[in-house]
Ligand binder design. Structure first.
Ligand code: AMP
Length: 378
């Protein structure tokens, strides 16, 4: 399964300020669970989603939830239950990011171990509460969390909550919200107790299943280097001088950068040539044959130019730029480490690109190891 669909956030029919927050986070395309769940949840339909972390499920329920919140109404309108304090905090943080440009939205995580008095104060005016079941029950009992105006309940990582012994707590909470409302349930697995909760507390739920993409890049060691933009070229040269690759692909995000980099590298004595979509067929064939026949060591290209051409079995892939689209990352580094061979990738990352690097790690389920650029002596 691919990590993304063709649907874009820019085209999603939601509040423009909410959209601005989402785009500001670097989201472009919807993931499969988002593409399926967001329209249904916006339509008020209960959903049961079988999805793991890393599929983008937080946005799948968080975005339609934010779209539905009435900022003028200062009562709790949505409740999210999560198994752990870490997850509750993480969800609250993500929702705050999406709603960064929205006015009058308050999102509050509540969990055990934090002063209840402080939480009671903070609950005043919060419209979205993200809590662990135990602490939510505490507040319900104290009547410091009022559920009369709750329109939507989300159970996130429901199977984890059951594993942690929260089943009864969850039922107490769901029973307390006894007026019509929307209920969404997310769980990586669907054992019988989860299906029971769905049956008892959801109305005609739509079932959605996505599995996270399994990528075949397990044998690629992936490094990244945190560098300043102005040192990028110098860093690249050091890497190339240090490793002396003779079959290496260097990816850039733009054609201009491909041209610029090929010129510079050639001038600095490297055996390099570039390929991008603006070259005519003859030029393209020429560069390709150079690389195929090992006449050049470094092949510089854009993602588009590399599509469908035979540049596999390379020693190393260098991302001169962090890919502009997350899904490109996997396609890029999949060109090394083929046929059981060990591959390596180096990603140069400026501070501006750091967020995208983290998103790549999360969504592509990869881990990049931070490394220092070799010193001039090395
Ligand atoms: P989740 O499965 O909700 O834990 O999300 C995993 C990671 O993917 C988080 O870091 C999200 O910020 C990120 N993410 C979710 N949806 C998208 C998207 N459509 N585009 C880019 N990043 C996303």
């Amino acid at each position: 399964m691919e990590s993304f669909t063709e649907y874009k956030y820019i085209d999603l029919e939601i509040n423009e300020v909410l959209k601005r927050g989402i785009l500001a986070m670097g989201y472009e395309k919807l993931t499969p669970i988002q593409a399926k769940a967001i329209p249904l949840i916006l339509d008020g339909i209960d959903i049961t989603g079988q999805a793991q972390t890393g599929t983008g499920k937080t946005a799948a329920f968080g975005i339609p939830m934010l779209e539905k919140i009435d900022a003028e109404n200062k009562n709790v309108q949505a409740l999210i239950l999560a198994p752990t304090r870490e997850l509750a905090m993480q969800i609250a943080e993500e929702l705050r990011n999406y709603s960064k440009y929205m006015q009058g939205i308050r999102i509050l995580p509540i969990y055990g171990g934090q002063s209840i008095d402080q939480q009671i104060k903070a609950l005043k005016g919060a419209q979205i509460v993200v809590g662990t079941p135990g602490r939510v029950i505490d507040h319900l009992k104290r009547r410091t969390l009022k559920c009369k105006q709750i329109q939507m309940v989300v159970l996130d990582e429901a199977d984890e909550m059951l594993n942690m012994g929260f089943r009864e707590d969850i039922e107490v909470i769901l029973n307390a919200i006894d007026h019509p409302h929307q209920t969404c349930l997310f769980s990586a697995t669907m054992p019988k107790p989860i299906l029971d909760i769905s049956k008892n507390y959801q109305n005609y739920p739509e079932f959605i299943k996505v599995t996270s993409s399994q990528l075949t890049i397990a044998n690629v060691t992936q490094y990244y280097y945190a560098i300043k933009k102005e040192y990028k070229y110098e860093a690249l040269k050091r890497l190339l001088r240090h490793y002396r690759y003779s079959r290496c692909v260097i990816f850039c995000n733009t054609k201009t950068m491909v041209d610029e980099l090929s010129d510079k590298l050639q001038r600095d004595g490297f055996n390099a040539n570039g390929l991008h979509g603006d070259l005519n067929q003859k030029q393209r064939d020429f560069v390709m044959s150079q690389f195929r026949n090992n006449e050049i060591d470094l092949f510089i290209c854009t993602d588009i130019a590399a599509r469908g051409i035979d540049v596999d079995n390379v020693e190393a892939v260098i991302n001169y730029d962090v890919p502009s689209e997350i899904e490109y990352y996997v396609h890029r580094i999949g060109r090394t480490g083929r046929a059981g061979k060990e591959g390596v990738s180096h990603t140069l990352c400026t501070s501006k690109e750091f967020r995208r690097l983290r998103q790549i790690e999360n969504l592509c389920h990869v881990k990049m190891i931070e490394k220092e650029i070799p010193s001039a002596e090395e």
